[in-house]
Write a protein that binds this ligand. Structure first.
Ligand SMILES: *[C@@H]1O[C@H](CO)[C@@H](O)[C@H](O)[C@H]1NC(C)=O
Ligand SMILES: *[C@@H]1O[C@H](CO)[C@@H](O)[C@H](O)[C@H]1NC(C)=O
Length: 353
């Protein structure tokens, strides 16, 4: 399962190939390598691609940088959502291929990582398509007529169905074993995609003389990725614990998943599932994927998970003073300048023992 991240990190290597993601237009930089000769090499360079994925990679080479971008966005969002928690989605030395063994466990955290990466791929691919650059996809042109005459479709509606299909076709073939873990990963991949699919937003713009709204055109747009992160985080909090069931078939035993407690609601396609408990992430134990919380910053005035009591697992904390220089007492000077003083601020930093 660590493969997942080796795989994504190999994709990340593609980012520089097509230029740095500057000004949010990274996808528009064009895939300037000539596909015929390089596609074999590029798709072969990603370790752990199953045959079906490698074919898909060659077929959609121009979208692979978006896959990489999506994976990167997913990891960044994971770290943002989990900052100030014991498990904070750290990758060792910033290298996503060594996410740590936490991903090997069929835990809630693994469920979140799968979902956010899969959603990242949907998001980046869909946006790239709407930019008009890739040849194999574009805006969504199959919109049903609007329900009334007050507005009409216009502009570019993002074709999220393409992005979702892409994410399914590219990511899910990895999860082809008749094992519980494959089932879990497939489900969580899908939950990530549903978070976008179910929360598409309608944006509108007015046209008309002097700001009137004679004509209104509307289009569909994906929620921004921070919103997607929050939605999946909610699913993490309410994830369903499953257990493995076994079924005999001609070809052997097939594993499947069922809710562990029959009183639990049956998870939908939008829900995260897991079947192994998480470590408490207090101690350094790479075998269980835990970096421990020694030396982590904590908030002495919080009772929450970022508070020193919980973060430091009862071991106590050290306090140090840090100093920053900030702009302060800013004044607006007519016209048009802002003048500030610099003030020294001293504050306490708490770190876990
Ligand atoms: C996340 O946790 C790791 C390991 O405990 C720590 O080194 C790192 O500074 C933490 N990152 C943040 C943003 O708190
Ligand atoms: C620490 O926790 C308190 C109480 O929850 C909160 O008001 C404050 O903003 C937190 N400080 C930081 C630096 O996060």
């Amino acid at each position: 399962m660590v493969l997942d991240l080796v795989f994504f990190s190999a994709l990340l290597c593609w980012l520089p190939v097509v230029g740095a993601p500057s000004a949010g237009m990274w996808w528009a930089m064009g895939v300037s390598y000539s596909p015929a000769s390089t596609e074999q090499i590029l798709c072969a360079k990603v370790p752990g691609l199953v045959a079906k994925q490698a074919r898909y990679c060659r077929k959609h080479l121009e979208l692979m940088p978006s896959v990489a971008e999506g994976a990167q966005k997913g990891i960044q969002e994971c770290q943002w959502q989990f900052q100030g928690r014991r498990w904070n989605c750290t990758t060792i030395g910033g290298d996503p291929s060594v996410f740590g063994k936490v991903i090997e466990k069929a835990s809630r955290e693994s469920a979140f990582v799968n979902a956010i990466l899969s959603a990242g791929v949907v998001h980046a691919v869909t946006r790239a398509c709407a930019s008009g650059e890739p040849l194999s996809c574009s805006c969504d042109k199959r919109r049903k007529p609007p329900p009334d005459d007050e507005w009409k479709w216009g502009g570019c509606s993002e074709d999220v169905k393409f992005g979702v299909r892409f994410s399914r076709n590219f990511l899910d073939p990895r999860e082809n074993r008749r094992k519980a873990r494959s089932t879990m990963n497939r489900r969580n991949n899908e939950a990530g995609r549903q978070a976008i699919l179910k929360n598409m937003e309608t944006k509108c713009k007015c046209h008309g003389l002097s700001g009137s709204c004679e004509v209104k055109t509307c289009w569909k747009q994906q929620p921004d990725f921070r919103t997607v992160g929050y939605l999946i985080k909610e699913k993490y909090d309410s994830a369903t614990e499953m257990e493995i069931t076994f079924r005999r078939e001609d070809r052997g035993t097939v594993e499947d998943l069922e809710p562990k407690n029959s009183h639990f609601k049956v998870p939908t396609f939008s829900d995260l599932v897991y079947y192994e408990p998480s470590p408490n992430y207090c101690e350094y134990d790479l075998d269980s994927g835990s970096f421990g919380t020694y030396g982590r910053r904590c908030n002495a005035s919080s009772d929450g998970i970022d508070g020193c009591d919980l973060m430091c697992c009862g071991r106590g904390y050290n306090t140090m003073s840090e100093e920053t220089v900030e702009r302060c007492e800013c004044q607006f000077i007519w016209c048009c300048k802002v003048k500030c003083k610099s003030c020294q601020r001293i504050y306490d930093v708490h770190t876990c023992k």
